[in-house]
Write a protein that binds this ligand. Sequence first.
Ligand code: ADP
Ligand code: MG
Length: 693
Amino acid sequence: MNVPGMFGENVFNDAVQKETLPKEVYKALRATIESGKQLDVSIAGAVASAMKNWAVSKGATHYTHWFQPLTGLTAEKHDSFIEPDGDRVIMQLTGKSLIVGESDASSFPSGGSRATFMARGYTAWDPTSPAFVKEGTLYIPTVFVSYTGETLDKKSPLLRSMTAINKQAKRILALFGIHCKKVSTTVGPEQEYFLISEEMYERRKDLRLCGRTLVGAPVSRGQELEDHYYGVLRPKIAEFMADLDRELWSYGIPSKTKHNEVAPAQHEMAPVFSTTNTAVDMNMLTMELMQKVAARHGLVCLLHEKPFRGINGSGKHNNWSVSTDDGLNLLDPGPSPENNTLFKLVLAAVIKAVDDYQGILRASVASAANDHRLGADEAPPAIISVYLGDHLGAIVDSIVKGENYVPKVALEGSIGVPESPIFPKDATDRNRTSPFAFTGNKFEFRMLGSQANVSDPNIVLNTIVADAFEKFADELEGSPDICKAADAVIERELKAHSRIIFNLDGYGPEWEPEAMRRGLLNNKTTADAVPVCFEDKNIEVFVRQGVYTKAEAVARANIQLENYTKIINIEALTLLQMVRQDIIPAVSDYAAELCANVAAKQSVNDSIPCNTERDLIMKLSEGNDRLSALAVRLEDILDGIVMSEVIPASQAMAHEVIPVMEEIRAVADGMEKITSSEYWPYPTYFDLLYSVK
Ligand code: ADP
Ligand code: MG
């Protein structure tokens, strides 16, 4: 395969733009993309025409405005290029059709920000993310806003947050005499996923309706041997991954790393990082392609955060940094960070932002699915803290304590074999237990769930860091001795926010009480995490940075709670159905067979022992009675919930519904263990996790 030759072949990228657009048009378009200049509308016709010709040459017959409504998924409506011309048709895409599309917004979530009678929504072209051709359609990345200008998607606030950080970061750089065209944030999202056999998947209602197993006894061999992580790829998996890479590369997605993850049947793909909004679009496309490619291989790709109880769930580490258009990474500590005032100021801004707005950062990754993962064995707890590692940790420590920093760690390592080269050591070790870890020249936010839209945490990160930059710039602009003034700000802010720094084991039992002592938030469920978004301080930061209006911020929090409530409701109803229609009847049938066996034995000779059967019959029958009673209880609780009252409804889901679902599961899983596998109605964890060769 000629990878350089096929990379990006389906994308209307810079190279294609240069080749197909008139010179002046190309220059104007690049100015918009590279330095955030307002798009010159007069060029739209020329761009549309070139884009259409290119797409048609790739076999496209349709185009779509591709957007990311508040469902968190992508949405598309296809229009053909045809335009009647007498008896015939011509293929056409006008500048206007490229720039705006009208769409009925009433069937997308709006969180009450828009009355249904005001149904008009508009999609508007985002030229900063390249268009592409997929399955005969030209995909044009767009933002989605209402008739009155409220944002109805994930992308417009992301772009606004990038504008905010661009503006404020430039002010910080200017303090140090550095000028550039544009500052952008960059993201490299590491995508974890499970692959299971399609045949097994089809037989599980819970996986099909909820994306996760609602019942299922643990398998005797889980992940305790630690032999899956980085293990040799099984042939079917290797074929899937090769096919996936080919697809991703054709769409210009720089898929770089692939490997087996910790849990059986779990894997990961990491791309090379890119500018945040393109990284988000690429990740949305990646998730879609993973599912499509899996189907071609008789597999199902599960993107849910916790498909299986008792083994690791899936996350999406959000590697985040801030860079200028000419490649200066503001989070690069350089050889001696202790003397790098700009770096220390940026670091202080991030630490301040994360401490001040830990609540909304946590809320940005909250979902019904991710609740099962955070704080379990495989993911950081729901408490936000920052890990700096030994080197930076010691520097920050000395600043906070007002001591002189003495470098003590040698920044060179050797693996102790004479033939092997000396390798430069990273400034930080890995700390997998921290939710927000400094890793060399970027922060890795590890709370994000595998199926989440990457926009959510990045909207928050960009906004809160922009806000800290703004405060610093306001204070420092005009200082006669900038380094001295900046050092004072750094010292003050690090002292004020040192509570958020935690360099030890975030999974250990000591951390939770310690975090409480420090006054850090620990909101374990979505129902408890999201309400902080209604607090004034947490709304005002978005308003100040021009990312959300108050109404938009409130609407988004409402949608998040509403979505959480609906998901738990679907799960509870699915569980009720499984228990009543499949599990109870299967167990009852098995018990009946055992009864028949006892009767048969007795009819031969009543001294033949039947203790095993009798004991099982008793346990299975008692279990079924318990399941029936719990099902009634669950139904009663659900009946009492008014779904439209999002706060009480979400509280009831978290603190009443889920505990009863847990009880049901415990009984059902206990029954699975003693029911003949011939009778059990579903593929077991063994079948699900170990059937792909
Ligand atoms: P790991 O976390 O597995 O060690 P790496 O640290 O090499 O892997 O990279 C993880 C991800 O971080 C990759 O997607 C990589 O492209 C991304 N990354 C590297 N540098 C940056 C940066 N400056 N900004 C954003 N992401 C980055
Ligand atoms: Mg990583």
